[in-house]
Design a binder for this molecule. Structure first.
Ligand code: SAM
Ligand code: SF4
Length: 331
């Protein structure tokens, strides 16, 4: 089988697919209060196009897909799309990242599909702080989703974007959740993908600072073995059921064995989160490309994957400073 291998010998087996650029929330670290600019509906990939892209990629060795957005559950008939994807027997896992405000009623159905893991974004355990961060009053709904997911057969990971002076005092409250629950908490370094760009913060909450904060709260923190191509380094407080991870999203120390590519909701292929998109696959499809041409395109594009996120950022031609919203990239 032909596979997707870049010039550094890294094989691509994981696709992050943004199914929409729309969102029901307005998280401050992701977009401005008025929302990120959204594209016209006809510019979004159709589900048929997404299905075809995924199928062709799966014939090149991609066996794992993460559905994200925007908020994936905002897209009409999203569940039908997951059903469609579940028929692809080359896919071992379909995972998704969601803000959880719209999914409670779908959990039973998700359990029956090929969905393995849900990454639930929850940046505060305090309803008022949560409303400040998301600019919407949905904490109770998200918390209900959290409770339902814990009881479900789906694997649950919580995503927390660590924001200086906003939720840093809650880091150890999140770790406390792992004492009795077999869940995984993941602290993500904040990146400037917020529709505005880098903002001034009092302190830089990078990987080491986050880890030191946990170690200040808990004396016995054990490092767990690093899984291949994992985005996070994982730890456990001795005796706790669950684990916590830290994702060095901005300090970018995980690029050496990256196995991921992204397709944005408008069909832009990104070899790296920090590049500005290397090719519009949607237009290629709409211009009549056949599957053989599509396969060759993916092989060629992936061969040019940059060494790491710093090289990708330096290679940007248009907007030198990263400032796009994560809702249009697909986190
Ligand atoms: N709407 C869904 C959600 O919030 O989970 C999925 C899309 S969201 C863009 C995917 C992930 O990116 C979320 O975990 C979110 O917290 C994270 N994210 C968004 N903006 C970010 C930023 N500026 N820095 C780091 N992570 C960010
Ligand atoms: Fe929406 Fe997710 Fe961005 Fe929050 S992080 S505004 S929920 S896309």
């Amino acid at each position: 089988m032909e596979t997707l291998v870049d010039s550094f010998g890294r094989q691509i087996t994981y696709l992050r697919l943004a199914v929409t650029d729309r969102c029901n929330l307005r998280c401050t670290y992701c977009m401005p209060a008025e929302g990120a600019a959204i594209v016209e509906r006809k510019e979004l990939l159709t589900f048929k196009e997404m299905y075809r892209i995924t199928r062709v990629l799966s014939e090149l060795g991609v066996n794992k897909v993460r559905l994200t957005g925007g908020e994936p559950f905002v897209r009409k008939n999203f569940i039908d799309f997951i059903k469609m994807l579940s028929f692809n027997d080359r896919l071992d896992e379909i995972n998704m990242t969601t803000n959880g405000a719209l999914i409670a009623e779908h959990i039973e159905e998700l359990e029956k599909l090929k969905v393995k893991t849900i990454n639930l974004s929850i940046d505060s355990l305090d309803a008022a702080n949560f409303a400040k961060i998301t600019r919407r009053d949905v904490f109770d709904k998200v918390w209900d989703t959290y409770e339902l997911l814990k009881k479900s057969s789906l694997k649950l990971k919580l995503n927390i974007v660590v924001q200086s002076g906003v939720n840093t005092s809650e880091i150890n409250d999140f770790v406390a959740l792992t004492e009795k629950e077999a869940i995984e908490i993941r602290f993500i370094e904040e990146m400037p993908f917020n529709g505005v760009g880098k903002r001034a913060t009092e302190e830089v909450w990078n990987f080491n600072k986050i880890l030191n904060e946990v170690k200040d709260g808990y004396k016995e923190v054990e490092k767990l073995p690093v899984l291949k191509s994992s985005t996070s380094h994982t730890f456990r407080v001795k005796g706790f059921k669950g684990v916590f991870g830290i994702i060095p999203a901005y300090t970018r120390t995980i690029c050496h064995d990256c196995n991921r590519i992204r397709i944005t909701s408008t069909g832009l292929l990104k070899n790296c989160l920090f590049d500005e998109g290397v090719f519009n696959v949607r237009d290629f499809l709409r211009n009549g490309a056949n599957d053989t041409e599509l396969k060759q395109l993916f092989i060629d594009l992936v061969s040019k994957k940059p060494k790491d996120g710093f090289v990708a950022e330096a290679n940007r031609l248009k907007n030198k400073n990263v400032s796009e919203s994560m809702s249009s990239i697909g986190g």
